[in-house]
Design a protein around this ligand. Structure first.
Ligand SMILES: *Cc1c(COP(=O)(O)O)cnc(C)c1O
Length: 403
């Protein structure tokens, strides 16, 4: 029996009988960490008691509310603290990064996305092309979907080679949202560098899920949301990584008053404003304090654990579920879409169950198991922080009862 590592740290949704459900939907919205609730309540009380003085009083005051997030976020993504910044939401940050990095020059105009890109990523890439006066049908390229069992990393690397010097840059999900396949970011970055293109990573399904080494792997930028595996709550404060080689004015980018040194924010002479250090220079607005507080509480739950240990724990649970479902798969009731090789998957399993997917989601919920459905696919994530083998058993039992 593998128990969850930190189940008491979370409030899990309760089912029809009032007992906690097997919550397998951390790939979509993580459950509430008690520490997140406590941090938000703390800031609400400070707002009630201090009003505007809360900006500068307290530890930290609201003007410094994101400062304590730098180090824990940097650890989770494998970066230096000045390479990360907590701001905005994922699609906004992707737009800001594409505005920074997508600079068409001569024949070099295109942006390549990984196979079956997330709809928002595709739309952001296309709308940014329109802002640049480019035709998105020509300037946005999507890597071919690999054949069953094939590798998305291979497909991306092949597409990079085929596009060659037509590529400005490459933007890929580090873990694919649809089937949970892990991408080898270092291989993608090396292939892109070989043709002179930059690389951006979408970490929506990767941060808080798998170990990342953004600085060493050489990607130029990354963006993420915090409501999935980071458990920071609906609409949580997202984040971005910008590699050190682009810091200090090396590249032009959007910036607002929060992108300048704190002491200069009210300076009326723009020529004398100094930029905030590193990735913080990409900030525009003052941050949403309640969301920053929730994220801080959520990150505290990760503190005692390495990402390698969490990834190993989640993979073991996913493997147990896969093995328990082998019979149902052999009988043709479902197909596991997530790659089986340990280096190519994490804690999420995507199961093709045919037209039954939405009905299954509802039936499982009545049985006390929370998953989600996308088209004919059911996705279940086994988060080692709050899931254990008891949840794997509940899932398999409930699913087999529905098939
Ligand atoms: C969840 C997700 C997003 C979400 O974008 P928001 O801007 O946070 O709404 C973006 N990309 C991918 C790949 C996702 O899985």
């Amino acid at each position: 029996m593998t128990p969850a590592l930190a189940r008491p740290a979370f409030v899990l949704p309760t089912g029809e009988g009032g007992s906690p459900m097997s919550y397998l939907c951390g790939h979509s919205l993580g459950p509430m960490p008690r520490a997140a609730r406590a941090r938000v309540e703390h800031e609400l009380a400070r707002w009630a008691g201090l009003g505007v003085h809360g900006h500068v009083e307290g530890d930290p005051g609201w003007i410094d509310i994101v400062a304590p997030l730098q180090a824990p976020l940097a650890r989770l993504v494998g970066a230096e603290p000045d390479e990360v910044v907590a701001m905005n939401a994922l699609s906004v940050n992707l737009q800001l990064m594409l505005a920074t990095f997508h600079r068409p020059r001569g024949r070099r105009r295109r942006v390549l996305l990984g196979p079956r890109p997330f709809p928002s990523d595709l739309r952001v890439a296309a709308s940014n092309c329109r802002l640049l006066g480019l035709d998105p049908d020509e300037a946005v390229v999507v890597a071919e979907t690999p054949p069953p069992g094939g590798s998305a990393t291979d497909a991306i690397v092949q597409a990079i080679a085929a596009q060659g010097e037509q590529l400005c840059g490459v933007c890929v999900e580090a873990v694919a949202y649809l089937d949970g396949e892990r991408i080898d970011l270092a291989r993608v970055a090396a292939a892109a560098a070989a043709v002179g293109a930059w690389v951006g990573a979408d970490l929506a399904h990767a941060i808080g899920h798998v170990p990342l080494h953004l600085h060493a792997s050489g990607v130029d930028f990354a963006v993420w949301c915090s409501y999935k595996y980071l458990n920071a709550g609906p609409g949580a404060l997202g984040g971005a990584f910008v590699h050190r080689r682009h810091h200090g004015g090396a590249i032009a980018h959007a910036s607002g008053w929060w992108g300048v040194e704190r002491a200069d924010r009210f300076g009326w002479d723009p020529a004398r404003q100094r930029s905030a250090p590193g990735a913080q220079a990409w900030q525009l607005s003052n941050p949403p304090v309640l969301q920053a507080a929730a994220l801080r509480g959520a990150l505290e739950v990760f503190e005692p654990h390495t990402m390698q240990a969490l990834c190993d724990g989640g993979r073991a649970l996913a493997r147990a579920a896969r093995e328990a479902l082998a019979g149902a798969a052999a009988d043709g009731h479902l197909e596991v879409l997530t790659p089986a090789a340990p280096e190519r998957h994490g804690q999420m399993l995507a199961l093709r169950v045919g037209a039954a997917a939405t009905g299954l989601e509802t039936a499982l919920r009545h049985a006390g198991v929370v998953v989600d459905a996308r088209g004919d696919i059911v996705r279940a994530a086994f988060c080692p922080l709050y899931n254990g083998l008891d949840d794997v058993r509940a899932f398999v039992h409930a699913l087999e009862g529905c098939l």
